[in-house]
Design a binder for this molecule. Structure first.
Ligand code: HEC
Length: 128
């Protein structure tokens, strides 16, 4: 049995976790933006704000996804839902052609998984 002090400690640490979690997600999104703008070079197609309006977008069909709309096409793991975190991760890592999409969305398996994950958080943060 927990005594009152232990129970209070458990309660406090649970509160602490809740307070820390959104901060962690925000940190990931910021790190993701740095990758997106930097080595990812995603902005050239998806735009610097992720609205699908990068310099190359006009010449592309299909258009690069507008992340503000948060509408995604591919169910990469066959779980019946498109655009889950796993799906976004897989499309960024492997490109969309292997999932039946356009070869103009390049795979970036050269980017470390943690950085791809951070870009997924960033893309989520752009949804309106
Ligand atoms: C050369 C242009 C280009 C670059 C560079 C590019 N994309 Fe894309 N992206 C596209 C196009 C075009 C599509 C739509 C592909 C399709 O419909 O098959 C797309 C689609 C996507 C999707 C949507 C997948 C879905 O299920 O709908 C995500 C997520 C994405 N890109 C992320 C990124 C990230 C992150 C980067 C940078 C690492 C990046 N893209 C770089 C052109 C590009």
């Amino acid at each position: 049995m927990m005594n009152r002090v232990q129970r209070a400690a458990v309660g406090l640490s649970a509160l602490g976790l809740l307070a820390v979690l959104p901060l962690t997600v925000m940190a990931d999104a910021a790190a993701g933006k740095a990758v997106y703008d930097g080595i990812g070079a995603c902005a050239g197609c998806h735009g610097s704000d992720g609205k699908g309006d990068g310099a190359a977008a006009a010449a592309l069909d299909p258009k690069p996804r507008n992340f503000a709309e948060a509408t995604f096409a591919y169910d990469t793991d066959g779980d019946g839902a498109t655009g889950t975190d796993v799906d976004l991760f897989n499309v960024i890592k492997n490109g969309s052609a292997v999932y039946g999409g356009a070869p103009t969305m390049p795979g970036r398996a050269d980017i470390p998984d943690a950085d791809i994950q951070a870009m997924v958080e960033y893309i989520r943060s752009l949804a309106m």
